[in-house]
Design a protein around this ligand. Sequence first.
Ligand code: BT5
Length: 263
Amino acid sequence: MNQYLLETSLNDLPIGVIEYHDKVGSTNDLAVELSKNDAPDLSLIVANEQTKGRGRSGRTWFTPPDSALAFSLVMDPGVIKNQEDLSRITGLGALAVCEGLKDGYDLYAEIKWPNDVLLNRKKVCGVLAEAHWTGNSPETLILGIGINIAPDSVPPSEHLNFPAISVEEIVGKKVDRISLLKAIIIKIILWKEKVWQPEFINTWIKYLAYMDDTVQILSNDTATIEGKVIGLDESGRLILRLPNSQDIIIHAGEILMRPLIDR
Ligand code: BT5
């Protein structure tokens, strides 16, 4: 992967500036800078390696060289009005990855709400949507996506809070990072116009992992909650059915979801 290959492969897409980097801290940080410098919507930062790749709540996202896809897109901040809307942008990223994997490799990926994409019930991708606010107005909106492509991109299990896998381990052959990136960006372009429409939420639900299964929701703020995954509400929040049949809404916040019984 290099700047020239990226530019020539993506030149027919309506995106903004394209920047390739061999090694960065976090592509999300570079995208924020780009955005503050008035880069157009859908400007793209891609890195071959990240030394400070981030997950949620300061967790680490591993991106060793030559084996992963790590990229961030500058999005129009006007599409969100508050912090809660960010989960919709996370959903946009996760859905685009699922559809990109389906179109490109006939893989059926699932979304472990709120921000993980699973293959064979193992994490293959993490999505990190971040916004910076001036008062109540979003100033920047960044959609960051990390995907394990080659087996070398999967961190050792002691660094993981959930089992992980790479795309190549599933497809059994080499996967071209730029082709997959392109397939995903095409889906982001398609869905970003529709994130406020029911069709978007309905399609997101189709990819939800653990539908009708019992899961545990772990959070710093509340005790562990156990319930069945029922779907998403019209805002993309998780609907969980408690053992007493009451349905509750889970906000993305800083939750972790775990299957109670792994199938
Ligand atoms: C995420 O956070 O899954 C969001 C990851 C977003 C990464 C992209 S890469 C491009 C852009 N630039 C960035 O700096 N970030 C974004 P979270 O749900 O908090 O999961 C983090 C947890 O996933 C870690 O604590 C590990 O347990 C696990 N993990 C770390 N690296 C992994 C990998 N390569 N594959 C699978 N799991 C991983």
